[in-house]
Write a protein that binds this ligand. Sequence first.
Ligand SMILES: [Zn+2]
Length: 220
Amino acid sequence: MSKLTITMRITLDTAVHTTGNLRRPGVDKAMARAPNGTLALPATTLKGFLREKAEILLRAWGHRVCVGPEPKRLCKGPELCLVCRVFGSPRRPSPLHFSDGHLITEETNPSVRAGVAISRHRRAAFPQRLFFVETTTLSSTQWHARCEGYFPSPNAAEEAAALIALAARWGIAIGGGRTRGLGWIRQIEVEARVDDQLISEVRMRALWQAWQEGKHVAED
Ligand SMILES: [Zn+2]
C-alpha cells in the first residue's frame, strides 16, 4: 500500500460562508466551527468542491465520469471511473480522509450579512425572505487543510494527487453564497507526498496532459 498525504493552503479573496450545525441568535445560517469554537472549512465542503471541479473538467476532456452527488448516479462497479476511484462511490468508499480546514489568518468575531432570497425562476425577490448569514470578517483569509489515505500502488496514489491538484487549480469559489460574491478563491497551493516523497510538478503535468488528450490511465 502507498500512503498519500496532501496539504492545501487556500487563499480566499472575499469573505466566506460554510453552513454549520450550530444555531446562533439572530443568524439564519451560522458558520461551521471546530470543536474549540474557531471557524472551520468543513471537510465535506472541501471534498464536495474538489469532486465537482474534477467531474466537470474530466467530462470536458471527453472522459466518462460520474456526476455526483446523488449516490444512485455513481459507479456501481466493478470498474470505477477516475472520479469515484479518488472520491468514492457507494461500492467503494474514498481511500482519502479529508479533515476540516482551519484558519491560518487571524479571525476575531465573524460578521453577519443580510441577504434576500431571489427566485432564479421568476428573477424576483420572494416576499419576506430576508435572511442573515454569518461570514468571516476579514475580506481575505488563508486556510490550511489536509487529506490522506492508502492506495493500492504508488501510481494510484499519484493519480489521486494529480486529480486533486488539478481540481484545486481550477476552482473559482467555495462555500455558500457564491452568487453573492462570497468565497472567491485566489489560490489553492497543493503539496502531495506518496510515502513521504514529494510528487513533482512535472509528474503532475504529465498526468494532466494524458487526461487532456482523453487517455485513460489504467487502474493498477
Ligand atoms: Zn464513477
